[in-house]
Design a protein around this ligand. Sequence first.
Ligand code: PRP
Ligand code: MN
Ligand code: MG
Length: 181
Amino acid sequence: SSEISGDLTSVLLTEKQILDKIAELSRRIEADYAGEKVLLVGVLKGAVMVMADLARELKLPIDMDWMAVSSYGSGTKSSGVVRILKDLDSDLTGRKVLIVEDIIDSGLTLSWLRANLESRGAHSVEICALLRKPEAAKVDVDVRYVGFEIPNEFVVGYGLDYAEKYRNLRDIGILAPHVYA
Ligand code: PRP
Ligand code: MN
Ligand code: MG
């Protein structure tokens, strides 16, 4: 709506750019996991759109599971405190796990999550993140599949929220400072 587009300074990535990138990442994932069954772990809530599109694009047998963790609360800054709000249903013993994320900002969520999942006896834990903000990194996270490296701006849409809003936008846009000022 025009009300929502007034909240954005610009569109950073269009729906088409996003879907093309997910197809590209899917081809790499298919090559790397050929003949194997992958457990996709989506990180609620931001990763729902990436998870839905990636899972349908992949020509591989997959299982899907979900975790909800929180590092931001309702603000725009990462707190570094990761809480499990909903745990996995699956046993990870021997599984090839691919964590699916919308964005790596400080990296605190994913570095914590990877260590947590590795400690459960997974065969491997890799990460697929649609977006990464190199300038915001506080810890280095080894991410096998990255869609786009983006500037250190507050972005919303395609699952990404500000105070739970804008997740349903098809494009990814830069939030206008007046919205969170
Ligand atoms: C956001 C985003 C990532 C995380 C990245 O989630 O979806 O999961 O922050 O930040 P970090 O690299 O600084 O840790 P958020 O905690 O806002 O929850 P949400 O997915 O429910 O929006
Ligand atoms: Mn998230
Ligand atoms: Mg959020």
